[in-house]
Each structure stands twice: as structure tokens, then as C-alpha cells.
Design a protein around this ligand. Sequence first.
Ligand SMILES: [Zn+2]
Length: 159
Amino acid sequence: MGGTLTFSMPVDRTRMVSKHFRLGDLLVDSTFPGLALELEPTPVVLGNLERLTQLLDRIVDRFPPSIEILSGYRDERLNDACRAAGLPASVKSLHLVGCAADIKFTNPEVDPEMAFEWMRASAPDLGINEAVYYPKKGFVHVAVINPKNPTPQRILMRT
Ligand SMILES: [Zn+2]
């Protein structure tokens, strides 16, 4: 009798998880692209990413044609690398559970501050738990709530 053969299948990054996004769109990091290629989300993370992409779909539909995701899901290794590089990455970041993404607007006519103000005003309707606008870097951190560990809503602009 042989033992149980166990192996893990890499996730299918080409799978559409929402109207606009493939799973691989959320497994990226603009600072550490190599580490992002090694991300293997758990089923819990996959569920969170699917809720997150519902929110991202709403943002794309409001500010077409697309958004660029600078950083999505991060495992501990990737998040630690971001922290070591001095990036604004918390030890309890919602990126670690697949609930957060850092986004940039690809349409040059979209003013990111105006888009952020729309997110602030629409937060209850959109289910936004976090929206943090970084004007100097021109991106917005957005997050849905983590049902397993709800955190207070945080909507603010960084100076
Ligand atoms: Zn972020």
C-alpha cells in the first residue's frame, strides 16, 4: 500500500473572477513582481478576492475603461518585503487576506482625488471598508471588510 500522494495545483491565474478581472490581475505587485508570481491564495483568500473584485468592477464601471492594480493579495513574505522597502504596509494589512488592492486609474482624464471623493460618498453602497488616497503616488488603497476579522471603516487622504 502506498502513502497518499499529495501535491498542490497552482491556481489558474487566467480564470475570470468577476466581470472585469482575472484571478491573475489580483496576484501582482508593482514593486516585487517576482514574489507576486509565487503567490498561492488559499480558498479563504480566493473568496475574499472575489468579493474585492465585485467592488473593483463597480469602480471600473464608474471610471472606464480600466484600472491598474499595483498590488493585490500579499502573503506574509510579500507584505514583509513591502514593509522592509518602507512602503505603507501594515502587519495587519487587509492585503494579507485578499481584501485590499492598490489601484491607479488608467484613464488620464480621471482625477484620482475626484474618484476618491466618489468612493467616500458611495462607501456604504459599494461596501468599502477602507479607502486611502495617496496623492503624491496617485493611487488609492481600497478594501472590503474581512468577515472573519472586521475592522473599523477607514476612509482618508494621506498628505
Ligand atoms: Zn494597500
